[in-house]
Design a protein around this ligand. Structure first.
Ligand code: PMP
Length: 436
């Protein structure tokens, strides 16, 4: 298979004239890896086709939501039926209750949930809720974790340990992030130091339990336990950002995985997105009743949305969750993802390429590093040029992975063992082309 990007090139040139950078979300632009983004014409199952009618095995799945693959018949039917009944009402619907009930049954740490339209909105609202519920201002986050592009969360670590951060975007005044403390992921000493210094002022600690925005880095069990203990001890709320991991790494989300190692483990607030909307703009945040009742119209914390709980999006999410709950779905998804990760690891070993990989449920990550990294600094030791070569060699062979080395990958229920074996064979060739 050869890469043929002419129609994609033409679309990109046209897009650049009317859309900043030609894309509506930066990572789509292939800035890091170079080359022209593929403009998607249509998708089905595990595949999509670009402007040149070239087919790709899709390991991005819209960055996580497409856990059933594209165009699953049950989801299509639910969405079509909902669209016929109306696009948006701005008034409550029974389907919102059904989706809320479904989410709460899957993630029982939440007693109530509010539906919104994007992970950014959900994360931003969870922070406001934590601040409103505790009457405190400070937030702890970790370097390499992404929680959407709300101003207060666009922060990178300062120069010293456990210092307040600097904005990572123009347009965010330093005062807006002055209450956001940025720490190193999996660093228990720093965490303890931060709580010792600021514990009484911390409203919440927000974390990705398995960080998919630095490829795939698990919080260690000890680190997770300490996060929970210190939040409890200091009266801060533990906010689990499961936008990516929610109903993706396990039916019960990452918190169910950690609860196996830490009996009774629960976050106070959970942020969800992606899979619960099945590819439609839908996200959510939820938690204990007493905290959630701080939200308007019951309480003083304001939060709202014209399209929140949208009837077509909720139909899509509900149909998706009902499919992934079927007996055997997650076992099969987990086995396929494991087959991919094991296959890639064996192919890299056969070609003498330093490589490490990990997966949970239908989410995976791999590194051109001999050992799995524990934090952002270690992830960034990857040789970017080598990753870019690998990315393009895979793309040329019809395999579409994230166009940046700090992004996770996703397998869907529609990927067959044959798709995975084709991918592994492509990867073996791609590894053989990397400079030794
Ligand atoms: N939190 C996490 C963990 C995410 O991965 C993302 C998006 N990739 C977000 C929040 C933001 O979600 P959205 O892009 O829907 O605003």
């Amino acid at each position: 298979m050869t890469s043929n990007t002419d129609l994609n090139d033409a679309l990109m040139a046209r897009a650049r004239r009317v859309i900043p950078g030609g894309v509506n979300s930066p990572v789509r632009a292939f800035r890091a890896v170079g080359g022209t983004p593929r403009f998607v014409e249509r998708a089905r199952g595990a595949y999509f086709w670009d402007a040149n009618d070239q087919r790709y095995i899709d390991y991005i799945g819209s960055w996580g939501p497409m856990i059933l693959g594209h165009g699953h018949p049950a989801v299509l039917e639910a969405v079509t039926k909902a669209a016929e009944q109306g696009f948006s009402f701005g008034a409550p619907t029974e389907r919102e209750i059904e989706l809320a009930e479904e989410i709460l049954s899957l993630v029982p740490s939440m007693e109530m949930v509010r539906l919104v339209s994007s992970g950014t909105e959900a994360g931003m609202s969870a922070i406001r809720l934590a601040r409103g519920a505790t009457g405190r201002a400070k937030i702890i986050k970790f370097e390499g974790c992404y929680h959407g592009h709300a101003d207060a969360l666009l922060v990178k670590a300062g120069s010293g340990l456990a210092t307040f951060g600097h904005p990572t975007s123009a347009g965010v005044p330093p005062e807006v992030v002055q209450h956001t403390l940025v720490l190193e992921y999996n660093n228990i000493d720093q965490l303890e130091q931060a709580f010792a210094e600021h514990g009484a002022d911390v409203a919440g600690l927000i974390m990705e339990p398995i960080a998919g925005n630095m490829n795939f880095v698990r919080a260690t069990v000890d680190f997770t336990r300490r996060c929970r203990e210190l939040c409890t001890q200091h009266g801060a709320l533990l906010i689990y950002d499961e936008v990516m991991t929610g109903c993706r790494v396990a039916l019960g989300s990452a918190q169910s995985v950690y609860a196996q190692a830490i009996p009774g483990f629960e976050p106070d607030i959970t942020v969800m997105g992606k899979v619960i909307g099945g590819g439609m703009p839908l996200a959510a945040f939820g938690g204990k009743r007493a905290v959630m009742e701080q939200l308007a119209p019951l309480g003083p914390v304001y939060q709202a949305g014209t399209l929140s709980g949208n009837p077509v999006a909720t139909a899509c999410g509900l149909a998706t969750l009902r499919e992934i709950k079927r007996p055997g779905f997650f076992e099969s998804l987990t086995a396929k993802t494991r087959r991919l990760v094991d296959g890639l690891s064996a192919a890299a070993a056969a070609e003498g390429v330093p490589f490490s990989a990990d997966c949970q449920g239908g989410m995976f990550g791999f590194f051109l590093l001999p050992q799995l990294p524990q934090n952002y600094t270690q992830v960034m030791k990857t040789d970017g040029e080598r990753f870019n070569q690998l990315f393009h060699a895979l793309l040329d062979r019809g395999v579409y992975i994230a166009p940046a080395l700090y992004e996770a990958g996703f397998v869907s229920g529609a990927h067959s063992d044959a798709d995975i074996d084709t991918t592994v064979a492509a990867a073996k060739e791609a590894f053989s082309l990397l400079p030794k």
